[in-house]
Design a binder for this molecule. Structure first.
Ligand SMILES: Cc1cc2nc3c(=O)[nH]c(=O)nc-3n(C[C@H](O)[C@H](O)[C@H](O)COP(=O)(O)O)c2cc1C
Length: 182
């Protein structure tokens, strides 16, 4: 049975920032449904005097629907390279409204302390986040090269990678952080 140890998220800032480009997990929960989505874009910092993790979630993701129902999420970060990388592929190429990604990827969920959303034991560093602000990006303000590369208007919203839809900037206040052990 895994246990958790509370930590100061700032002590893990470099691991969080270094892991992001390869992928970390953003988990949501609504009712009994738990859904994990791989993310590679995120910002760790401070806003309104609070520690925040900002996630960038395309409007078409099932995760966006989950956040409408329960504005909390967890971020799970690997602390070593020795974890099953297939997890990131499964959670990054399937839609949670079509499949149970937790079962498909064999994820071990652990209760969080201050949010209703669990952490994922396979990527043991967990940030517990409560959404304090959310804003839809304005596509008219994207630089032309970014619009062309990341928002191709001929790609359907259902595409798991880049598609025509803009992102929500989802500001999560980090209310606790813990490492899953054992
Ligand atoms: C490495 C990787 C990084 C990704 N990063 C993001 C991201 O930062 N934001 C986003 O909206 N989608 C991102 N995606 C795509 C989502 O993970 C993918 O569309 C997923 O199927 C969405 O799941 P959902 O529909 O259950 O929410 C990424 C996918 C991969 C493989």
């Amino acid at each position: 049975m895994p246990s958790t140890r509370d930590v100061n998220h700032s002590d893990y800032a470099s691991q969080i920032v270094s892991a992001l480009p390869q992928g970390v997990l953003l988990t949501t929960k609504a009712g009994e449904k738990v859904n994990c989505m791989t993310i590679a874009w995120g910002t760790l910092g401070t806003n309104w005097g609070r520690p925040v993790f900002v996630s960038y979630v395309r409007t078409s993701r099932f995760t966006a629907r989950m956040l409408e129902q329960n504005p909390e999420f967890t971020i799970n970060v690997p602390l070593c390279d020795d974890f099953d990388k297939r997890i990131l592929g499964i959670c990054g190429r399937n839609h949670g409204n079509e499949v149970d990604k937790v079962a498909l990827a064999g994820l071990d969920l652990v209760d969080s302390r201050l949010v209703s959303v669990p952490g994922v034991a396979q990527l043991p560093l967990t940030l517990e986040c409560k959404v304090i602000y959310q804003q839809l990006e304005d596509p008219s303000l994207y630089p032309a090269d970014i619009a062309e590369r990341y928002y191709p208007q001929d790609v359907a919203s259902t595409e798991c990678g880049s598609n025509r839809d803009p992102h929500y900037m989802v500001y999560g206040q980090i209310v606790n952080a813990y490492v899953i052990e054992g």
